[in-house]
Design a protein. Structure first.
Length: 174
């Protein structure tokens, strides 16, 4: 017996359809996997928290200024050297028009952040430790009604950002 393709018919039509369907499904799944966009990896350094409004009345004291801070976590399984990384706020309209990327910036000196650990950068002055750094300002940096904390690599690439748009509770999880 000969099939319609002029070759010997070795399988029944239902088996041929099943095999053709299986091959089509495999081809479709392979194409879907090849075309799927890869998941974006989390940054090695990530903002986890920002307290942009110091608790209580803004007195301008160092304690009050240090009520503002951001926390950055090393999400990798290795120590990251932060020397040259820059933490900054969003520029005001006036600074933006002058081409500036920020109003205030903190550049990390010699500091390494262990795997899975966090560092908190306080706005005011204080003694740096293994989990704390101090910006050294005597005034508030973060805008209560909306701002962006940005961390840049020594080469200037944005590593991570934390954005808040309104006063809200005075703090945000990033």
């Amino acid at each position: 017996m000969r099939g319609r393709f002029h070759g010997p018919l070795t399988e029944s039509p239902p088996k041929m359809r099943a095999r053709t369907l299986a091959a089509a499904l495999v081809a479709a799944l392979t194409a879907a996997l090849c075309l799927a966009a890869p998941a974006e990896a989390a940054p090695a350094l990530q903002f986890t928290y920002a307290r942009y409004d110091s608790p209580g009345t803004d007195t301008g004291s160092n304690k009050s200024v240090n009520g503002e801070y951001v926390t950055i976590r090393n999400t990798t399984n290795r120590t990251v050297n932060l020397r040259g990384y820059v933490l900054h706020d969003a520029p005001s309209a006036a600074n933006r028009s002058k081409g500036r990327k920020w109003n205030y910036a903190y550049t990390f000196g010699s500091y390494s952040l262990a795997a899975g650990k966090s560092v908190t950068v306080y706005t005011g002055t204080g003694s740096a430790g293994s989990t704390s750094r101090y910006w050294g300002y005597k005034r508030y940096v973060w805008n209560n009604d909306g701002d962006t904390a940005t961390l840049r690599s020594p080469g200037g690439s944005v590593v991570d950002s934390c954005v808040w748009r309104s006063k809200g509770s005075g703090s945000t999880r990033c």
